[in-house]
Design a protein around this ligand. Structure first.
Ligand code: GDP
Ligand code: IMO
Ligand code: MG
Length: 423
């Protein structure tokens, strides 16, 4: 058996949560491999709308085991809130939500450091979700971090204290005024650690190896998107983990030759939340329409997402970096009603047309070259069959497949689980 991957190919919020939920019926294990509560994965079914942050999107299926991998960073306080929020659905977590001992812990002071770092950057801020992601991964690579497994040690509190002292000193260096009450934050943190202690902690690489060997089907769930990858994204306006396919190997402990399908997910247009370059961004009423019709407001922070036309230069890049074997196109319904659709196929870069993503895509270096396609007017949200989709949408799909050289196997026409058309 192989591990299949589900990855966002743009700047996040492609609809990963929805599709993982849809695909879970075909898997035994859903495993998150990176990111943390900066993610907001929305699931809609049976009139329920629920946003998950750290917990994998297979949690609503009784038959699936959900694993939080070693590559994830966990904020116990947010985790506790997520568990509480799921209580009303009567989910039995025993044996169904397993957490890697090697996952790193987000401390309250990591959140403070995130805020201090952003404040000190002023206009150059990343637009972080302020969940402490960057500082936690910095402690991980700096070999200072605390891991979930540490909560099983007798001297966990001492280790915590040593790290917090470092953080408080660091905070002073930023020279910005961040208000906080450490006693309150710590009381909350340690109460949440107790909740975490109630869950099954595992050596996830061992667990997944055994699962694979016994023929279990595993789907790895990514967070964020390829253009937010720490190495391949639009640095420095990125997150602090590898969101691309290789991140699933390091974030779960599965070997590259265990990877099977690589399912890449993208919106039929583009969105981005936070700062950073976005070549096809729209600042007109077309962009406003995408934001309003697509309800493009962040699932974690509520921030308005920036919107623009589909960028095939960036998408092609993501397809290659990840080795995508099949594509899932989301939110086709949001494009209904436009007379003409634009798709960016090349960039004009230093006076030349190029088809690859250059080192620098700041607006002063890059402008999009568009191909125009005919739009459609039908409401897609009730359509169940691929053949019933409007001809113009089928043409749009065919055009993308030709450009990207990968088949689009699933088309999403609404937020609900049922609004998913398998080809
Ligand atoms: P994720 O982070 O990749 O899981 O995506 P988010 O949950 O942050 O954002 C996707 C948003 O689009 C959510 O509000 C979903 O409910 C919604 N959504 C997903 N698929 C579709 C679709 O095909 N059409 C529409 N209109 N909304 C969708
Ligand atoms: P999901 O999994 C969209 C963005 C932030 C910011 C940058 C760095 O829901 O697709 P961070 O908090 O990681 O330091 O923020 O990355 N960002 C996301 N944008 N979807 C996400 O997750 C994101 N997670 C982080 O807006 O620009
Ligand atoms: Mg999201």
């Amino acid at each position: 058996m192989a591990v299949d991957l589900l990855l966002g190919l743009q700047w996040g919020d492609e609809g990963k949560g929805k599709i993982v939920d849809v695909l879970t019926q075909g898997y035994d294990i859903i495993a998150r491999f990176q990111g943390g509560p900066n993610a907001g994965h929305t699931l809609e079914f049976n009139g329920i709308k629920h946003v998950l942050h750290t917990i994998p999107s297979g949690i609503f299926h009784e038959s699936a085991v959900n694993v939080i991998g070693n590559g994830v960073v966990i904020d116990p306080v947010i985790f506790r809130k997520e568990i509480k929020g799921l209580k009303k659905y009567g989910i039995d977590f025993a044996g169904r939500l397993l957490i890697s001992r090697k996952a790193h812990l987000i401390l309250p002071t990591h959140r403070l450091l995130d805020a201090a770092s952003e404040t000190s950057k002023g206009k150059a801020k990343i637009g972080s979700t302020l969940k402490g992601i960057g500082p936690t991964y910095m402690d991980k690579t700096g070999r200072n971090g605390l891991r979930v497994g540490d909560i099983e040690l007798d001297d966990f509190e001492e280790r915590y204290r040593v790290l917090v002292e470092k953080h408080l000193e660091l905070l002073g260096h930023y020279g910005v005024d961040i208000q906080f009450n450490l006693d309150e934050l710590e009381a909350d943190f340690f109460a949440a650690i107790e909740v975490l202690r109630g869950f099954e902690l595992i050596d996830s690489e061992e667990y997944l190896y055994g699962a694979l060997k016994s023929g279990k089907r595993i789907l790895a769930e990514g967070a964020q998107g390829s253009l937010l990858d720490i190495d391949f994204g639009t640095y420095p306006f990125v997150t602090s983990s590898n969101t691309t396919a290789a991140g699933a190997c390091t974030g779960l402990g599965v070997a590259p030759n265990s990877i099977g399908r690589v399912i890449g997910i993208f919106k039929a247009y583009t969105t981005r939340v936070g700062s950073g370059p976005f070549p096809t961004e729209l600042f007109d009423e077309v962009g406003d329409t995408m934001t309003e019709v697509g309800r493009e407001y962040g699932a974690t922070t509520g921030r308005r997402r920036r919107t623009g036309w589909l960028d095939l230069v960036a998408l092609r890049y993501a397809v290659r970096v990840n080795g995508v074997t099949e594509l899932v196109m989301m939110k086709a319904d949001v494009l209904s009603g436009f007379e003409t659709l634009k798709v960016c196929t090349e960039y004009l870069y230093k006076g030349k047309k190029i088809g690859h993503l250059p080192y620098n895509i700041e607006p002063q270096n890059v402008s999009p070259v568009y191909t125009e396609l005919k739009g459609w007017h039908q409401d897609l949200m009730g359509i169940k069959e691929y053949g019933a989709l409007p001809k113009e949408l089928l043409d749009y799909i065919a055009f993308l497949e030709k450009e990207l050289e990968v088949p689009i196997t699933l088309v999403s026409v609404g937020p609900d689980r049922t609004q998913t058309i398998v080809r």
